[in-house]
Design a protein around this ligand. Structure first.
Ligand SMILES: *Cc1c(COP(=O)(O)O)cnc(C)c1O
Length: 424
């Protein structure tokens, strides 16, 4: 018998390429039929067949308060009643810019955009305009949205000049992107020694969350800051995922680093299309209309999206919010490590973000992540899904706990994991 999810997926494929509007949603790497969701509330989502799940995806990170948080929903509805968009300045944009600069000391100025992709793309253009240089360093396994110059992965070897990893990206564009291994200080030093005067910027996920979850070493973090400073390059922290997810001052607060530019998204919009980039005022001053670097958007700073963002930020700034979220996430991870120790599974978390790996030790590089057991992950994923636990449908994505996940939800998840591990 076909389920409603299966029927919808079949229908979707008629007029939507692959049936989805973003590739990972198609369940391509885990197999099976994607869930079409009809409703979310707190820690739960319901699919088109009426099945309820405890959700650890949270729309890929934004929903730190859980689904349909009443204060966020009210802010959206109240704001929408006064009009959806003006394409002109509004007071709420001023407020959120003030709030972001107050929360994150590295931000002197900030500009709003509508997606993480726009934030990183614009930050890179700005870094190139500011430095007058073209070359960009990114790291293997880091995802920074789908702008052309960022769709480049590493080949083999210590230092690889970019080859596009997507069709349709001109080789000339990719050629200015240099890909280095994450956490490899020697490779970074060697590159700067050779080409330091040509490097416009480093862009990095300061805790990587798009190759499952990989944390940087203290030496790597320090090397990125010191080398960019010495060579006049711009250090761009892509905190689209980690921003207000790992802590109130994002990764930069945890690591004590002041990047030159920061990209934000996901949590900052509370589930609406809102993202931002900002940082040093002397660099931000290169943006139009003040300076020569063009950047714009019809819906940038959209009032309804800003309202959702402000309501979300107000909640996470409440006393004890992150301590509680971090403890709840750590509880899940401790339980998984306990269950997993005889099954070749391990896990880690920072703030409300976690990684689960079918590996003996927590990975510290893209190569480590690639060496983890993907076949077992896929079996685990489906065994969890069957039991009503919705994990990211890929071994290469981080997971998220929200403030709505209760002790009972964590306990139920661990009980399901115990059964799932016995099956895979
Ligand atoms: C999600 C993400 C992006 C892209 O954001 P979109 O809103 O999907 O365009 C960029 N960088 C990082 C680190 C991300 O996690």
């Amino acid at each position: 018998m076909t389920t409603r999810n299966e029927q919808l997926f079949e229908s979707a494929k008629k007029h939507i390429p692959g049936g989805v509007n973003s590739p990972v949603r198609a369940f391509g790497s885990v197999g099976g039929t994607p869930c079409f969701f009809t409703k979310g509330e707190g820690a739960y989502v319901w699919d088109a067949d009426g099945k309820k799940y405890i959700d650890y995806v949270g729309s890929w990170g934004p929903l730190i308060l859980g689904h349909a948080h009443p204060k966020v929903i009210d802010a959206v509805i109240d704001t929408a009643k006064n009009g959806m968009s003006f394409g002109a300045p509004t007071e709420a944009e001023v407020t959120i810019a003030d709030v972001l600069c107050e929360m994150l000391p590295s931000l002197e100025q900030v500009r709003l955009v509508s997606s993480g992709t726009e934030a990183t793309m614009s930050a890179i253009r700005l870094a190139r305009g500011f430095t007058g240089r073209d070359k960009l360093i990114k790291f293997e396994g880091c995802y920074h949205g789908h702008a052309d110059s960022l769709l480049v992965k590493a080949g083999s070897g210590l230092l690889t000049f970019g080859n596009p990893s997507s069709a349709g990206v001109p080789a000339a564009v990719a050629a200015d992107t240099i890909v280095l291994p994450y956490n490899d200080v020697a490779a970074l030093e060697a590159l700067f020694a050779e080409q330091g005067s040509e490097i416009a910027a480093i862009i990095v996920e300061p805790i990587a969350g798009n190759m499952n979850m990989v944390q940087p070493s203290a030496q790597f973090v320090a090397a990125m800051r010191n080398l960019t400073m010495q060579h006049g390059a711009v250090l761009i922290y892509d905190e689209v995922m980690t921003g207000f997810r790992v802590g109130l001052q994002c990764t930069q607060g945890l690591h004590g680093v002041t990047p030159d530019l920061t990209c934000l998204g996901k949590v900052v919009g509370g589930g609406m299309p809102l993202a931002a980039f900002g940082g040093r005022a002397d660099i931000m001053g290169y943006l139009a209309p003040l300076g020569p670097v063009y950047q714009a958007g019809t819906l940038s700073g959209n009032p309804v999206a800003v309202a959702a963002g402000l309501a979300t930020l107000a909640e996470i700034r409440q006393d004890g919010f992150f301590a509680k979220l971090s403890a709840q996430t750590a509880k899940l991870v401790a339980g998984l490590n306990e269950l997993g120790k005889d099954h070749g599974l391990c896990a880690q978390s920072v703030g409300g973000m976690f990684g689960v790996y079918f590996a003996e030790v927590v990975p510290t590089s893209f190569a480590d992540v690639m060496a983890s057991d993907r076949t077992r992950f896929n079996a685990f994923f489906h065994a969890m899904l069957d039991q009503g636990i919705y994990l990211a449908p890929s071994a290469f994505e981080a997971g998220f706990v929200s403030a709505a996940h209760s002790d009972a939800d964590i306990d139920a998840t661990l009980a399901a994991a115990k059964i799932a591990l016995s099956r895979c």
